[in-house]
Every structure is written in structure tokens, then in C-alpha cells.
Write a protein that binds this ligand. Sequence first.
Ligand SMILES: Nc1ncnc2c1ncn2[C@@H]1O[C@H](COP(=O)(O)OP(=O)(O)O)[C@@H](O)[C@H]1O
Ligand SMILES: [Mg+2]
Length: 275
Amino acid sequence: MSPPPTDGIDLALQHVGVRFGGLVALDDVSLRVPPGRIVGVIGPNGAGKTTLFNVVCGFVPPTSGALTLDGRPFRPRPHRLTRLGIARTLQGVGLFPGLSVVENVMAGASHAARAGFAAALFGLPRSDRDERRLRDVAHDLLAELGVAEHAAAAPAALPYAVRKRVALARALIARPRLLLLDEPAGGLSAEDITELGELVTALPGRAGGACSIMLVEHHMDLVMSVCHEIVVLDFGRVIAAGTPEQVRDDPLVTEAYLGADVPAGAAAPGAGASS
Ligand SMILES: Nc1ncnc2c1ncn2[C@@H]1O[C@H](COP(=O)(O)OP(=O)(O)O)[C@@H](O)[C@H]1O
Ligand SMILES: [Mg+2]
């Protein structure tokens, strides 16, 4: 593995719009994820969060507007993300059922690092040393995320919260400079969410490689506690942006959340109580 830069990437979206036929899913959305920062994107159901996530991953091409990465034009393509230093976790978990936990993490490594591992999977000649080194890195990541004791287990046998951590380890092994998280709190208990918040907070400064984070999330408490900046979407538009305090006190945000179907576990801003 060549040592990649670990400063975090500067991602920007400028006036991005997405239409699905007659439906405007994103309308003139501009935002920035500066190096080393955790930026949250929140909004009620149907606000356009997943669409925004998919634009950055390259699954949905913007109908208008542009993206930049470190100031250069950026046309995202899903298969090129790892090479650009971008990793993502999806709304579900998506681990490979046929691989053990540690093998799942190894599978997230960059193409070059994985070559030896893939050769091993397909029974080709390989470098045992490369594979062992990659396995050690995967073990270290599982330990960092507090799930090392599950390394040999099959993912299906594990609680959902553990599988989510494995998925995070799989994203981190590629040493991303930008990590995209889509609704990481989904399906987790309040206690699991608190622990997840602590893990995410530590990511920009971690010794194994710092990164910027874009956190797309419905769960208000998590976003409020971990993000440096928050962008609020409603009906595809940015209705507020700023620090958690600024966003929490914004009447437009309260209205968007209270006027919408607030799911269990997602407190409205200013409502205070944690779920
Ligand atoms: N592939 C698609 N085709 C048509 N409409 C879509 C598609 N994906 C999302 N939408 C619509 O775009 C809007 C935003 O959806 P989405 O990005 O999933 O919101 P969120 O993740 O905030 O709940 C919704 O009205 C949704 O129905
Ligand atoms: Mg969504």
C-alpha cells in the first residue's frame, strides 16, 4: 500500500440540481465539506438526502451544477471513488455473506493492496506476506472499532450494530480522505448511536489517516453531537446551513421537521430530549 495523503479532501457542490422526470429532487444545492471537517446533511423524509449522497458517489448524475474535489472539477463515478480517496458506507450494511468479518474488511482495501488477497481467494499464486499484512491492518481496524473478537465470525451471525462497525472498518481500510456515511444511525438503539457518535467524532483526527466526513442522516441527535457544520434540506433545497447551534435555533428547520413525519428516534431541533 502506498502511503496516501491524510489531510482530508475538500469537496464542494455548486448549484447542483437533480430532476427525475418532472420531480425536482435537488434544487440549486451548494455545500462544502472542508478538509478534516464533519459536515452533516439532514432533512425530513423525501428532502433529497439520499439523492445528494448518490450524486457524490456517482450513482445519480446532476442535471445541473457542478462538483469539485480539492478545487478541481469532479465527475464522480462509483468505481473510481476508492482511487480518489473516497469511501462510503451505505444505508443498509451490505457485507459479503460468504466471507468472514476480517475478510470483509480486507475486501475494502484499495485495488493494489487487495491484489494479493484476491489471488488468494481465487487460488492463484500470491504473496503470503502481502495477505498477512493486509489481514493485520484489518484486525487493527476491527480492534479500533471495538469488534476485534468477531474477526472470524460470519457477518450474518452478528448483531446489527456490530455489522455496522464492520462495514465502517471496511470503508476505513482504504484509508479514505473523504468518508461518505448514509444514515449510519438507522436501525441502531440509542446506546449504539451514542457509541457511533464517539467513533465518528474521532475519525477526522485518527492516527491511521485523517479524513473529512459527509454524514447524511435523519437522526437529529447524532448529527447535532458530531457535526462541525450542518446543511438542512427540505424539498430538495437548502433551507439552512451553519453550526449545530445556528441550525437548531432556525425556525425554518423546526418547521420543516415538525411539519413532516418525524420518525421515532429523531428529535426535532430544540426538542432537547435524547431518544
Ligand atoms: N430514482 C428516483 N426516481 C424518481 N424519483 C426519485 C428517485 N429517487 C428519489 N426520488 C424522489 O426524490 C425525492 C427525494 O428523495 P430522497 O433523496 O430519497 O430523499 P431522502 O433521502 O431525504 O428521504 C423524493 O420525492 C423521492 O421520491
Ligand atoms: Mg434517504
